[in-house]
Design a protein around this ligand. Structure first.
Ligand code: XBP
Ligand code: MG
Length: 253
């Protein structure tokens, strides 16, 4: 079965948007609304176990700020999240977060090799557009055949719904694809949709469980700076290119 398509997670995989984008935007939104909530990097690490910004805020209130009450919590949280999204987009417009090593290079090589590209993420669609447009240029949004984002499906990751949605839209079988993820919730989601997955960890996810991964790397690597294999088969490859992806795809993982 030949490799035909690559499906990418966004947050933590394409860029370190959680630490340098979302966390900053949540705290700025709280401040702007006069709330005395401050999420530290350590607390955010724990809160990331819950995917989806609105659910994350509710989780925070239920576990770390139990004295806070609001008569219309759903709408209140939605309004905080709306402000947080606009702040996040502004941060991206200011170029706050670069892509991780090897991401732009791999997009270009994959496109040149005729691989189909797509995105499957839990984050709000506007956030994806802002990151892509500000790092690769607006026209790069067209590189992705499908951008599956946010609550286009009822169940967020770790449910497999977003990957299944993307595969359906592409009219593609899971065994012709590879997924790119950074987290345990992400790999559970991709695996549930039947996908083989390559993991690049980051500071929030380097202790996660990735038993179903084809390989766990520190990042995608560049010709000038090789990746490190954290878990998986030894390889001659020094950075992730199309030939290495074909090698991984042929493995039983
Ligand atoms: C991403 C998320 C999102 C972002 C914040 O997970 O869980 O909630 O943290 O974005 P994944 P929103 O990388 O697994 O897709 O505030 O827009 O939800
Ligand atoms: Mg992620």
């Amino acid at each position: 079965m030949a490799l035909e398509a690559l499906i990418f997670d966004v947050d933590g995989t394409l860029a370190n948007t959680e630490r340098d984008g979302h966390l900053v935007a949540f705290n700025l939104a709280f401040k702007e609304l006069g709330l005395d909530w401050v999420w530290s990097n350590e607390l955010y690490h724990e809160l990331l176990n819950v995917t989806g910004g609105q659910l994350r805020i509710k989780y925070y209130l239920s576990k770390y700020n139990t004295s806070f009450h609001h008569d219309d919590l759903d709408n209140f949280v939605a309004s905080i999240h709306k402000l947080k999204t606009s702040i996040y987009v502004q941060l991206m417009d200011e170029g706050a977060v670069p892509l991780r090593p090897g991401v732009e290079r791999l997009f270009n090589e994959a496109r040149a090799a005729g691989l189909r590209l797509a995105i499957a993420t839990t984050t709000t669609p506007a956030n994806v557009d802002a990151l892509i447009a500000n790092t690769l240029g607006k026209e790069a949004l067209d590189w992705f055949e499908v951008i599956g984002a946010g609550d286009v499906v009822p169940k967020l990751k770790p449910a497999g719904d977003i990957y299944t949605y993307v595969l359906d839209k592409m009219n593609l079988d899971a065994d012709k694809c590879l997924a790119f993820e950074d987290s345990q919730n992400g790999i559970i989601s991709a695996t549930q949709a039947g996908l083989k997955t390559l993991i690049t960890v980051n500071e929030y996810t380097n202790t996660h469980e990735f038993k179903d991964a084809c390989v766990v790397l520190n990042n995608l690597g560049e010709p000038t700076k090789a990746f490190e294999v954290i878990e998986g088969h030894a390889t001659e490859a020094k950075f992730v290119d199309v030939a290495y992806l074909q090698e991984l795809h042929a493995q039983h993982c």
